[in-house]
Ligand binder design. Structure first.
Ligand code: UD1
Ligand code: UDP
Length: 387
């Protein structure tokens, strides 16, 4: 491919923006021509615009405005909108991120149009096909030409699914690059003051369909969070998905519980940095708490990010066990079991991805790059959280 090759990034949802920013920056530094398509899957200012500002992402060249809908309705709108854009823009490579419906739709469209693709955050598996994200992960990885993995377990998942290892590159975690970039700005005090929180508090984020869509599950979860709030004040920057159902189940401001709008990236991570405890069902938050050394209780039966348990501060809990687990986490603090952080979560994943993409665009014959980009001294070495 020529030096003037054009790379298109397809982004749609909050976690996509955080993962893409370091890749866009890395490619920019190598002089690669690129543009962002925003699908509009997330559209509230606090779910979208604030991330472009906080992360320094360039303006998208188009916003498809697909909005919300059923899985079929949303995916159909994404397919139609993305096909049009890709035919118009004629990219040499399309880069997709994570596991959201925008990711899946972009991969399907490009595969049918024979446009090469790269998947950032390949190979994560919860082995729970009840999660919409797991379906998106499996399909996206099966169809991607370049696969960028954030943790070593992803390599064996991809190998087990028959993915050619020559297409897979273990590069570290761009979500952690974004965290490192923001670190000098992460001061809990202003946001704590704005939200009227005491010095010691917990943060909770909840949005997984399995937790918030079913009224019974929502009630069980809310009761558990209320129980935690009797031990330590809890602030919940609430994702729009759960708003009504969780409120109906009793998740309302009062006593030791504060329900607030979703926070911008810098404000949210500032709050997390100062927290004694995080309760979550988010994927990205499991990773960020690991790096910030904040105890994290993930209210899910499984995680596609087991490295945050073996090399981080994360624990899986059921709603019934959450209050006791919170007591223990508050007493124990944030010891990680191995005393080691995940390998290559060092703030340099974006440049590694950019280097592989730039070489691929030039038609360089890439060696099995999971070896090539894995520095000799990076394997599971002792490291301390960045808190
Ligand atoms: C999506 C992803 C999920 C990811 C999450 C990150 C899929 C299948 N799911 O879930 O993997 O963890 O994003 O946050 O892609 N809504 C608003 N304003 C917005 C966006 C959404 O009010 O800006 C509300 C709408 O009621 C909508 C609901 O949230 O129906 C769900 O939005 P959607 O993008 O379909 O899925 P998420 O639950 O956000
Ligand atoms: N996040 C944020 N504000 C919030 C909640 C989360 O900025 O109020 C950030 C968080 O730091 C992480 C990303 O959003 O970088 C995770 O997104 P989310 O939990 O929506 O999606 P998931 O990671 O579960 O797919």
């Amino acid at each position: 491919m020529s030096d003037g090759a054009f790379v298109l990034h397809v982004l749609g949802a909050r976690p996509n923006f955080v993962k893409a920013a370091p890749v866009v920056r890395g490619l920019g530094e190598l002089g690669v021509r690129q543009g962002i398509i925003h699908t509009g899957q997330h559209y509230d200012a606090l779910m979208s615009d604030v991330f472009f500002a906080d992360l320094g992402l360039p303006e998208p060249i188009a916003n498809l405005g697909v909005g919300s809908g059923s899985h079929a309705g949303q995916t159909a709108a994404l397919l139609v909108g993305l096909e049009e854009v890709v035919l118009r823009e004629k990219p040499d490579l399309v880069v997709v991120y994570g596991d959201v419906n925008s990711t899946l739709a972009a991969i399907l469209v490009c595969s049918k149009l024979h446009i090469p693709t790269a998947h950032v955050e390949a190979g994560l598996r919860s082995f729970d096909r009840g999660m919409p994200e797991e379906v998106n992960r499996v399909v996206t990885d099966a169809l991607s030409d370049l696969l960028f993995a954030t943790s070593p377990d992803a390599l064996s998942h991809l190998a087990n699914e028959g993915v050619d290892p020559a297409r897979v590159h273990l590069v570290g975690n761009p979500m952690i690059d974004s965290l490192f970039s923001a670190l000098p700005l992460l001061d809990p005090e202003p946001v704590r003051a704005r939200l009227g929180l005491p010095a010691e508090y917990a943060v909770a984020t909840l949005h997984r369909p399995a937790n918030v869509d079913d009224p019974e599950a929502a009630r069980e979860l809310v009761d558990a969070v209320l129980d935690v709030s009797r031990r330590i004040p809890v602030v919940v920057p609430l994702h729009p998905r759960g708003r009504e159902r969780l409120a109906a189940a009793g998740l309302v401001t009062g006593g030791n519980l504060s329900i607030v709008d979703p926070l911008g990236y810098v404000e949210f991570l500032s709050l997390v940095r100062g927290a004694k405890l995080v309760v979550t069902d988010s994927g990205g938050v499991q990773e960020e708490t690991t790096m910030l050394g904040v105890p994290c209780l993930t209210v899910r039966p499984n995680t596609e990010r087991p490295i945050t348990i073996t090399h981080g501060t994360n624990r899986l809990v059921t709603p019934a066990l959450l209050p006791a687990a919170a007591d223990k986490a508050l007493a124990d603090g944030s010891a990680t079991p191995s005393g080691e952080l995940p390998p290559l979560w060092d703030g340099a994943a974006g440049p590694r991805i950019a280097k592989v993409i730039a070489a691929w665009l030039k038609g360089d014959n890439l060696s099995p790059a999971s070896q090539a980009v894995f520095p000799q001294n990076s394997s599971f070495g002792a490291a301390s959280a960045v808190r």
